[in-house]
Design a protein around this ligand. Structure first.
Ligand SMILES: Nc1nc2c(c(=O)[nH]1)N[C@H]1C(S)=C(S)[C@@H](COP(=O)(O)O)O[C@H]1N2
Ligand SMILES: [Mo]
Length: 420
């Protein structure tokens, strides 16, 4: 049975209504610390119990959609970019996909930090409620990290699976700055029973459903590349990307990277929220026939991404001339592994040409690759790219199937034509 987290919506709404009725607005403001000192205890208690009103705003208020975005849904907002728009080595914020399970908290738009705390509780010796100033006192680190939705490539699954029909653009590699989660967990003092985190954000849904919450094993939480990010590409986090704080869990699927983070519940067991259970963010423990649904006990939690590449140049359906140099480039990444090589083919995978691989600025950023081709005959061609990682794994020619369309990494094919 799931122990009721303090931020459960039904609980929160009922208590908040009762609470407001009892004390009225003055006390509420006082509890926010607006009227000065002496409210710290009340503040901390109320916030960690989610008793303060959290307002979710719609996509427009959060500056969405971004220009040139392919929008899959407005509410909750989900949008991506075509691969040829993702050619930057470091993805600019205006080209980073957005994946929301619910609304954007109003605070993320107003940038009002009053009443915001990051609570660390559960299997720790000292429960913490950290303000932004507290977090800024920890050493700040910066790294480029690939962030990719587990469902990226879902539209390439056959038979079709339900969920946002991401094409190839629910991936980006921006620069993230913040505090190592490990430093914060060490400050809280992990008990030997600490096993897993349960991560919570402020984007609580209003319909009484369980909030979006996922977790990571303590070993991954203690990895030096797991961050509580406070900045993206040098600026405070944009509303859509989790202001004031989000997790960056390098190499792992995007859903592990909780946005609008306000609580890390250190648990003595694997986090068993709804989004950690059933078929959510879980994949079969063994290969299954396309369309099959294995029993739920054969599903395991999806963690790291697998080897993958993206062609960002040329743009699909371009018409080019024969015997001219065609520049081909893109990115490659491999979850927790390293990229070994990227090869390209223009004859449906019969012959392959190795590309020049450019190492990333730091571990967990994506690699870049480039090459030049010439085609001597007119006609229809596809440029295929295939990445290999340092374990010998490579991208498949056909997409292996799973019930929710996760971790799709089938090789990318870009059609072009060569004129007469
Ligand atoms: N609080 C919260 N965190 C969240 C989500 C969410 O809906 N709510 N979506 C997750 C998923 S599924 C992904 S892929 C990434 C997307 O991050 P981005 O919108 O910054 O690209 O955020 C993750 N963190
Ligand atoms: Mo995701």
């Amino acid at each position: 049975m799931l122990q009721k987290p303090k931020t459960f919506t039904t609980d929160r709404l009922d208590s908040r209504r009762e609470f407001l009725a009892k004390i009225g607005k003055g006390a509420l403001l006082a509890s926010l610390g607006v009227f000065g000192a002496g409210c710290e205890a009340a503040d901390r208690g109320l916030l960690s119990r989610g008793l303060l009103p959290i307002v979710l705003v719609d996509a427009q208020e959060a500056g969405l959609p971004k220009p040139d975005m392919l929008v899959h849904s407005e509410s909750p907002f989900n949008g991506e970019f075509a691969p040829h728009l993702l050619s930057d080595d470091v993805t600019p914020t205006e080209r980073h996909f957005v994946r929301n399970n619910s609304g954007v908290p109003e605070r993320a738009v107003t940038k009002d930090l009053r009443g915001w705390k990051l609570v660390i509780d559960g299997e720790v010796h000292n429960e913490l409620a950290l303000s932004m100033e507290d977090l800024l006192r920890f050493p700040q680190v910066t790294m480029e990290v690939v962030l990719e939705c587990a469902g990226n490539g879902r539209s390439l699954f056959s038979p079709e699976v339900s969920g946002t029909p991401w094409q190839r653009g629910a991936v980006a590699c921006s620069e993230w700055t913040g505090v190592r989660l490990r430093d914060v967990l060490q400050a809280a003092g992990l008990k030997p029973s600490a096993t897993y985190t349960g991560n919570y954000g402020e984007d609580l849904s209003n319909d009484g459903s369980e909030p979006f919450s996922r977790g990571i094993p303590i070993e991954k939480a203690m990895d030096e590349h797991t961050l509580i990010a406070l900045k993206m590409n040098g600026e405070v986090l944009p509303a859509a990307h989790g202001f004031p704080a989000r997790l960056i869990v390098s190499g792992w699927i995007g859903s592990a990277m909780q946005k609008w983070l306000n609580r890390i519940w250190v648990r003595d067991q694997v986090h068993d929220s709804e989004k950690m259970s059933g078929y959510s963010y879980r994949i079969p423990a063994y290969p299954i026939a396309p369309g099959d649904k294995p029993p739920v006990e054969d599903m395991q939690i999806a963690t790291a991404w697998q080897v993958k590449s993206l062609i960002t140049l040329p743009q699909p359906h371009l018409e080019l001339n024969k015997d001219t140099l065609i520049k081909v480039r893109g990115h490659a990444w491999a979850g927790e592994n390293r990229i070994d090589k990227v090869v390209v083919s223009t004859d449906f995978g019969i012959q392959w040409q190795e590309t020049q691989l450019i190492s990333p600025s730091n571990r967990y950023a994506w690699y870049h690759w480039e090459t030049e081709l010439t085609l001597a005959n007119r006609g229809y061609y596809e440029i295929w790219a295939r990445a290999y990682d340092d374990t010998g794994a490579a991208q498949p020619f056909n997409q292996p199937w799973n019930p929710k369309g996760y971790l799709g990494n089938v090789i990318h094919r870009v059609p072009i034509s060569i004129g007469a």
